[in-house]
Design a protein around this ligand. Structure first.
Ligand SMILES: *[C@@H]1O[C@H](CO)[C@@H](O)[C@H](O)[C@H]1NC(C)=O
Ligand SMILES: *[C@@H]1O[C@H](CO)[C@@H](O)[C@H](O)[C@H]1NC(C)=O
Ligand SMILES: *[C@@H]1O[C@H](CO)[C@@H](O)[C@H](O)[C@H]1NC(C)=O
Ligand SMILES: *[C@@H]1O[C@H](CO)[C@@H](O)[C@H](O)[C@H]1NC(C)=O
Length: 488
């Protein structure tokens, strides 16, 4: 499995290759030390969200789905968490007598349906997945009896059900002409509605700790968990499993992948995360990706977006956001998707590097302050020992640039006095930020790539070896590149 390429594979001459001075990070010898903030980690902090109507297709008719999820299971020992939901959950009705998974009609295969019906088999299919599952149900239609019937079948059939959502992005219900919002609809009325539904659905199903509450996309505090929690009484609170928010930062590739931008974006959720933890519950990004509405063609399928995916998932995890679910929409019309029927998406590579950093880890710390282009994260094992470090150079480079690709030196100290070498895997793409798999510029992680359509890993796993002297080593990370350093 592990193939060392030998010292010759990488001979790092610290200062000679780089214009800028090295950025230096001290790797704490134990979790909890060194003045850093440490986030406890979920067993699998990086998950996938599937648009409600498209979920059966992803599981039954897209070959890559199982393999892409299984690749992460192989790394971590845990199936990644999934969430089934999105705009079409609020267009869906449950039909107990229907034998199909889901029924809808669309004018074009690129469209999402404006109305759809699902049967009990939909939840049985969700129950075949071995990782945790969040299922999003309808609140917009204001048919609570139908939603309770669906919730009952979800609880009965979805073996690994973690939570149920009651409504998706309810701040858009007025725009979407949803019946529940036909009168006054604002953050206060939505919060009252959520509390009422959480209690009624939770008690009808007879299950506490059932609801993933919140699920807004508009930024907090107006729409946010802190407001919701403040309005919940103890009875309602018992039915809440955890809180969620959605997020699509958008922007150009250059601004999206910039580390300082990502760090600032994650800080938007600080108060809500604190409110959730204060209520003794987790906080997750329940649906997220680079750009809303299926992604932007010029941004979302690129290697720059892959690096954003990696950095964003890690910044979220380091900020006590327990899980981040990257959204996958209409099959065949999804710029930000990690995989599709025919080609891989570059973002899968970024997510995989983040999964590799976190595999088997119990804690994560951001070693940088989030104020410039250079990031460092350290993960820690069950004994509190440092496990791996990820270094990210978010300086923008594309193959179209007139100037050569610059390198940034990262020096890590505190690597242990006795250590003479350390191994690392590189996440890179020759074309830089604009590289796309479907245009033939395949990224690689540790010298490996994933097959189009299959998601099967190919190529030889390759570690670089870097010399450690006096507990210190210097790594060269090119503009628009990342490196995972293995300390064990
Ligand atoms: C399965 O995928 C094929 C294309 O590969 C498509 O023509 C067919 O409609 C899909 N079936 C379902 C049930 O999604
Ligand atoms: C708690 O809040 C719910 C929802 O707003 C309400 O229906 C219920 O009566 C309240 N319970 C108590 C004990 O105040
Ligand atoms: C995350 O939560 C832990 C407590 O579990 C706390 O020590 C740490 O400071 C928090 N991190 C941040 C960034 O707030
Ligand atoms: C994936 O398909 C694209 C064409 O769509 C091709 O250019 C690329 O090289 C393929 N990647 C791999 C790893 O086979």
């Amino acid at each position: 499995m592990i193939k060392l390429t030998g010292l010759a594979a990488l001979c790092v001459a610290a200062a000679a290759q780089t214009v800028d001075a090295a950025v230096t990070f001290n790797v704490p010898s134990k979790v909890g030390t060194g003045g850093y903030a440490y986030a406890p980690l979920d067993p699998a902090p990086i998950g996938i969200s599937f648009e409600f109507f498209a979920f059966p297709s992803y599981f039954l008719n897209v070959t890559g789905t199982n393999q892409c999820l299984a690749n992460w299971k192989a790394l971590t020992g845990v199936w990644p968490p999934i969430r089934i939901g999105g705009t079409t959950q609020d267009r869906a009705s449950y039909d107990a007598k229907m034998s199909a998974y889901v029924v809808y009609s669309v004018a074009s295969a690129a469209d999402a349906p404006s109305t759809l019906t699902f049967g009990p088999k939909f939840m049985t299919l969700a129950g075949t997945y071995e990782g945790s599952v969040v299922v999003g149900l309808n609140r917009g239609k204001n048919n609570i009896d139908n939603t309770i019937a669906a919730a009952k079948v979800a609880v009965a059939e979805t073996t690994n059900l973690l939570a149920i959502e009651l409504g998706n992005e309810p701040e858009y219900y007025v725009k979407d002409k949803q019946p529940i919002a036909s009168g006054t609809w604002n953050p206060t009325t939505d919060v009252a509605s959520q509390n009422n539904w959480n209690l009624r659905v939770g008690s009808a199903v007879g299950k506490k700790h059932l609801i993933q509450a919140g699920n807004w996309n508009a930024a907090p505090p107006e729409w946010g968990a802190a407001n919701l929690i403040a309005a919940e009484n103890a009875t309602v609170k018992q039915y809440v499993h955890h809180y969620a928010h959605h997020n699509y930062p958008g922007g150009s590739i250059q601004s999206l992948m910039n580390h300082a931008t990502t760090s600032k974006n994650i800080h938007v959720f600080d108060a809500d995360v604190a409110a959730a933890l204060g209520a003794g519950k987790q906080y997750v990004l329940g649906e997220t990706n680079s750009v809303s509405g299926g992604g932007a063609a010029a941004v979302s399928p690129t290697f720059g977006a892959a690096l954003w995916t990696m950095d964003y998932a890690l910044r979220a995890a380091a900020s006590n956001i327990s899980r981040t679910y990257f959204h996958h929409g209409t099959v065949g019309n999804c710029q930000y998707c990690f995989w599709g029927r025919y080609t891989m998406g570059a973002p899968y590579y970024g997510a995989t590097a983040a999964v590799a950093l976190l595999a088997g880890a119990r804690h994560l710390a951001a070693l940088d302050k989030g104020t410039n282009a250079y990031a460092a994260y350290a993960s820690f094992d069950a004994d509190g020992d440092p496990l791996r470090v990820l270094l990210y150079n978010s300086d923008y480079f594309t193959s179209g640039d007139a100037t050569a690709r610059k390198s940034q030196a990262f020096t890590l100290t505190g690597l242990g006095e006795g250590r003479t070498t350390v191994r690392a895997k590189r996440l890179t793409a020759a074309g830089g930020a604009t590289a796309r798999v479907d245009r033939g510029d395949n990224p690689s992680f540790g010298g490996q790539w994933f097959g189009n359509g299959t998601c099967v890993v190919a190529g030889t796993e390759t570690f670089e070896t870097v010399v450690v002297e006096g507990g210190q080593a210097t790594f060269q990370v090119k503009a628009t590149e990342a490196l995972v350093v293995y300390l064990q």
